[in-house]
Design a protein around this ligand. Structure first.
Ligand code: GDD
Ligand code: MG
Length: 353
């Protein structure tokens, strides 16, 4: 069977991290995000082809995926001539679909039994099944109301301040029969959340909901991007290298060079070819990406550094996300900020006032 990953959005809320890198491949620890989704799809067993529905910076995604060996799934790239919206993108893929299809938002990470979702879909004889997730603050998502028999009764995308009758949101995972996709107009930008799903409800299609209580997150904001790292390091989402290790483990890659007198506080992750100089302190929930260089006496905590960042001696980083190749000068004190690729923070003592 086939799966579609909707991976064509601009990732605006994750800027500046997504200025040069599309959201589906931002690194989570040391793996592009999309690979975690492919793990989930591989576990279904019956999925043999994944259609990557792309629009924003598609070549970067193609190049990266093509460079990875042993994906175990056939990947088909479909690039829309213009952003077609979440339903338009699926309509664009329709000619490649012949059977029940699993559709995934390209930015959700979930611990979910997709086989059970498929079984539920079949048992209910549904034309569409949507996975729901109860959350504490549903207003920023698609809110879905169901009846006692799990039939979808109402779909309200981003209800904002509206009074809410439930807390179950669209988890961005669907199982759909291709026969109902013809109701999406061809070559027209169309939203699955604002147009297609409400139309299924209005027309009384067999549209049911599967509630999942497992781990779920949309990684599309800097806050949730940081949160997913925390969750993996704390074991709330099972992923290597933390899955099989005790709580609070300090994971240091084999080729990292750690000088004497460096202190670590777990959980944290130090990738290949990182250099950490003497007297530095690497605090909990820190990720040092490949080839980062951390000077002596530096203090880093709760921060995620993408590859090839340089941190000058005695600098301090707290609650920071740095894109690739950033330079933080000696003595700089940086906190609660997300900086894009190649950002430079100067030495505070050399800044003219
Ligand atoms: N191919 C393609 N073309 N993909 C697109 C397009 C497009 O024009 N527009 C968005 N996407 C992809 C994005 O890349 C993302 O993976 C997914 O569709 C959802 O878009 P977001 O922009 O991340 O939507 P959202 O997070 O605000 O809301 C959606 O996800 C929530 C769950 O995370 C909605 O589906 C909500 O109902 C849902 O609750
Ligand atoms: Mg999203």
């Amino acid at each position: 069977m086939k799966a579609i990953l909707l991976a064509g959005g601009k990732g605006t809320r994750l800027r500046p991290l997504t200025s040069n890198m599309p959201k589906p491949i931002v690194p989570i620890l040391n793996r592009p995000f999309l690979l975690y989704q492919l793990d989930l799809l591989r576990r279904v067993g019956s999925v043999d082809e994944v259609i990557l529905s792309l629009n924003y910076q598609p070549d970067q995604i193609k190049e990266l995926i093509d460079s990875l060996p042993n994906l175990g799934l056939k990947i088909r790239y479909l690039v829309e001539p213009q952003p077609m919206g979440t339903a338009g993108a699926i309509r664009f893929a329709l000619e490649f679909l012949d059977d029940t299809v699993i559709i995934f938002n390209g930015d959700v990470l979930a611990e979910l039994d997709l086989k059970a979702v498929l079984q539920f879909h079949r048992n209910r004889g549904a034309n569409a099944t949507i996975v729901l997730k109860p959350v504490e603050n549903p207003s920023a998502y698609g809110l879905v109301e169901v009846d006692q028999d799990s039939n979808v009764k109402r779909f309200i995308e981003k209800p904002g301040n509206q009074k809410l009758a439930c807390n179950t949101i669209n988890a961005g995972v669907y199982v759909i029969e291709p026969s109902i996709l013809h109701r999406i107009p061809k070559d027209t930008p169309w939203s699955i959340e604002r147009s297609f799903f409400p139309s299924l409800v209005d027309d009384g299609e067999r549209f049911v909901a599967y509630v999942s209580t497992g781990y779920w997150i949309d990684i599309g904001t800097p806050r949730s991007y940081r949160q997913v790292h925390r969750d993996i390091m704390d074991g709330r989402f099972p992923a290597e290298p933390f899955r099989s290790r005790p709580k609070g483990t300090v994971v240091v890659a084999a080729s990292a060079k750690i000088e004497d007198g460096v202190t670590f506080e777990g959980p944290c992750f130090i990738d290949e070819e990182v250099v950490v100089k003497t007297g530095a302190r690497i605090g909990a929930y820190t990720v040092l990406g490949r080839k980062c260089e951390v000077g002596s006496g530096v203090n880093v905590e709760t921060s995620i550094l993408w590859p090839s960042c340089t941190i000058g001696e005695q600098a301090s980083l707290s609650d920071v996300v740095l894109g690739q190749g950033c330079y933080i000068a000696p003595n700089a004190d940086v906190s609660e900020v997300t900086l894009g690729d190649k950002a430079v923070v100067p030495d505070p003592s050399s800044t003219a006032d």
